[in-house]
Design a protein around this ligand. Structure first.
Ligand SMILES: [Zn+2]
Length: 171
């Protein structure tokens, strides 16, 4: 079974894809829109022409599952819908039995993938430990016990900050 790399826009802006010459690169159509507006689009077009790249969108069920995992890890408030789609795509391909690795330099994307047991690569090498975040109010010190997408303190309405609840070192 060949290796499939699900890549984000940040990775497509670099030459990373040139290092994995025998692998297939996969991304979502929304990320292709971001890439097409940048100078690095030529590299991406070449991958498409060489048949080394596929554009696939995740199904709603996987988007839902990813969104829930991101809420539980505390990453949902900093992830865009495009980020969620990308992780959901990796999850979908994994469920379909593909040998998939998610490639991203976005900490929240990697962290959510880690919580979903998706294999990932961080080309920047900065991702060291899996985090579980919670929200804390700098005003009244209220600490959210349940994961929420809401960033406003339910007690006083101040914008809450993300704060680490748990860390787990990645091997
Ligand atoms: Zn508060």
């Amino acid at each position: 079974m060949s290796q499939v790399y699900v890549v984000d826009a940040g990775v497509l802006f670099t030459t990373w894809t040139m290092k994995v010459a025998n692998a297939t690169v996969v991304t979502t159509s929304n990320i292709m829109v971001e890439v097409r507006n940048r100078p690095s689009q030529l590299r991406t077009e070449i991958l498409l022409v060489l048949d080394r790249m596929r554009v696939v969108n995740p199904e709603e069920a996987h988007i839902q599952q990813t969104s829930e995992a991101a809420s539980l890890s505390g990453d949902r408030s900093v992830l865009s819908d495009t980020d969620i789609e990308l992780i959901a795509l990796a999850l979908m391909l994994k469920d379909e039995g593909e040998n998939v690795t998610l490639v991203s330099t976005d900490f929240a994307v990697l962290n959510t993938a880690s919580h979903l047991d998706i294999t990932f690569i961080d080309p920047s090498g900065k991702f060291k430990q899996e985090m579980t975040w919670t929200m804390r109010c700098p005003g009244c010190h209220y600490k959210s016990k349940t994961p929420t997408r809401d960033t406003e303190c339910p007690v006083c309405g101040t914008i809450m900050w993300r704060t680490p609840l748990k860390r787990r070192k990645k091997s």
